[in-house]
Design a protein around this ligand. Structure first.
Ligand SMILES: Nc1ncnc2c1ncn2[C@@H]1O[C@H](COP(=O)(O)OP(=O)(O)O)[C@@H](O)[C@H]1O
Ligand SMILES: [Mg+2]
Length: 279
């Protein structure tokens, strides 16, 4: 594989590590058997987009669930937005979790609810006024380019549209962090690009820190060498040789973190498992 990417130093935001949005230290977790995640440490800095690579079954989804406290570590600590989720009582966890947006694998929409009620789900639970819900749902739908689906049910949407609705549902609360679990999984390359464009848009327009799981290297490269152009309202490629400095990589292999670094570090890694993944 050949890549026209330049030698880039590690991003300054990440090198500092202070004031991290997420910080895992020595995290291990098993489900009664061998550890699914073993001694994982890394952080997500403000403004940073971290791309988590790795083949199926290595613990990527488990890692995201740990970060929002749907699972708790057996060893180590998970700091989310400055709070230690491993020791928070459930009711405080709920409030903390609400500050992060999660786009679940496969979108996870409620089939019996309209797009409006799926996206507004949490606002409905909080008994927000109907017209406020309508307005915020419409704004979120405009962001993902799906205004026309407001009254539809998920069954009448394509796979790509469902993912966009799932992204709108995560973004409606202006999250301080967004977690995307395989947002392009199962989609064709053209539809995948429309999803990546939304992620680039959220990164470049709102600078929301993110952790994105993917097994598709093409998604990762598109995120690195594009920016969102607000005037044209679309994603455009960066000039030859430039990459987004705030987009960095993690790679998991059988529960171990085998890479934590920039695109340059990924492409020049001498780790045999990393090389195998790239080839
Ligand atoms: N709740 C659970 N109970 C038992 N095993 C689980 C649970 N969740 C995940 N696992 C196991 O942990 C491993 C990693 O799963 P996962 O994080 O979903 O992988 P992926 O990298 O594909 O997202 C798999 O072997 C899976 O079977
Ligand atoms: Mg998964």
């Amino acid at each position: 594989m050949s890549h026209a990417f330049p030698t880039a130093p590690q991003s300054p935001a990440r090198a500092q590590g202070a004031g991290a949005v997420v910080r895992l230290s020595g995290v291990s977790l098993g489900f009664g058997g061998p550890d699914v995640l073993s001694n994982i440490s890394f952080s997500v800095a403000p403004g940073e987009t971290r791309i988590l690579l790795g083949p199926a079954g290595v613990g990527k989804s488990v890692l995201l669930k740990l970060i929002i406290g749907l699972l708790r570590p057996q060893e180590g600590t998970v700091l989310l937005l400055g709070d230690d989720i491993s020791s928070l009582p459930e009711e405080r966890l709920f409030t903390l979790r609400a500050r992060a947006g999660m786009v679940f694998q496969e979108g996870a929409l409620f089939d019996s609810l309209t797009v409006r009620d799926n996206i507004g789900y949490q606002l409905i639970q909080e008994r927000a006024p109907d017209d406020e819900i309508d307005q915020r749902v419409r704004e979120a739908l405009t962001f993902v380019g799906l205004e026309q689906t407001f009254d539809l049910y998920p069954a009448s949407l394509s796979g790509g549209m469902k993912r966009r609705v799932a992204i709108a549902r995560a973004l409606i609360h202006d999250p301080e962090l967004i977690l995307y679990d395989s947002p392009t999984g199962g989609l064709d390359p053209v539809t995948s690009t429309t999803i990546i464009e939304l992620i680039v848009k959220q990164r470049d327009v709102h600078a929301t820190p993110a952790l994105l799981v993917t097994h598709r290297l093409q998604d990762a490269f598109t995120l690195c060498n594009h920016r969102f152009d607000a005037e044209q309202n679309r994603m455009v490629q960066l000039p030859e040789g430039q990459i987004n400095p705030n987009t960095t990589f993690l790679m998991l292999e059988e529960g171990r973190l085998i890479l934590d670094g920039s695109l340059h570090e990924l492409l020049h890694s001498t780790n045999s498992e990393v090389r195998e993944f790239l080839e």
